[in-house]
Design a protein around this ligand. Sequence first.
Ligand code: AP5
Ligand code: MG
Ligand code: ZN
Length: 215
Amino acid sequence: MNVVLFGPPGAGKGTQAKELAKHYQIPHISTGDILRANVRDGTELGKEAKGYMDKGELVPDEVLIGIIKNRLAESDCKPGYLLDGYPRTTPQADALSAILEEIGMPLEVVLNIDVADEELVTRLCGRYVCTCGESYHMKFNPPEKENVCDACGAELYQRDDDKEDVIRQRLDSYKEKTQPLINYYKEKGLLVDINGTGAIDRVFSDISNTLDQYK
Ligand code: AP5
Ligand code: MG
Ligand code: ZN
């Protein structure tokens, strides 16, 4: 199953992808998570990316294209992939088509998770995350024990880019550079709209009902 999870910051891509990856046994590939791991490890890539991420701007295309090409070449992608946060620009989408053609794993569906702007800001301001990739929300999706990850027991923290001014900039970058891909994939007949508002498990059922058609 070859899937892109598409949507603005805070739409629930990571939240849904975690569950979908378990359910369908395909890897969750989040370019945001890959970049944050590099920032944490202090790699050259992380040093370059951090400046952009802290401002809520996109990291340059050539960097992301390299990351995704290497990641898709790994053996766990044989049964398929669930991309989260990539592509975000037209050059990234064009590069993805070329990579996927080369490895013979064409994209089957792009799920466009739709949530209103004000709700996105509320979600991101209240988000707490774990280095293991889990994310929570103080109100909408709290961990069992305050500030502790249910999955791994580590302490939760807020992402550096979940500050209101950076959130606004991320939403602007999304509108300017990423949103045009909705038409790009609509024209290719790959886009399916998902209503991302409402309970997390309700959104999950909508998505899995759609994805079951591609099994
Ligand atoms: P990235 O990590 O991808 O961030 P993002 O796109 O801004 O998306 P988020 O991770 O913030 O949102 P999400 O949709 O995953 O929401 P979540 O499930 O956590 O990218 C970060 C940065 O890296 C970028 O700004 C850029 O600099 C760089 N980057 C990454 N990829 C790049 C690329 N391809 N090109 C260039 N630069 C790139 O949910 C959010 C909150 O809402 C959580 O608290 C969650 O618990 C809660 N929630 C989820 N679902 C619901 C629900 N149904 N109801 C109520 N609350 C909910
Ligand atoms: Mg995410
Ligand atoms: Zn954890």
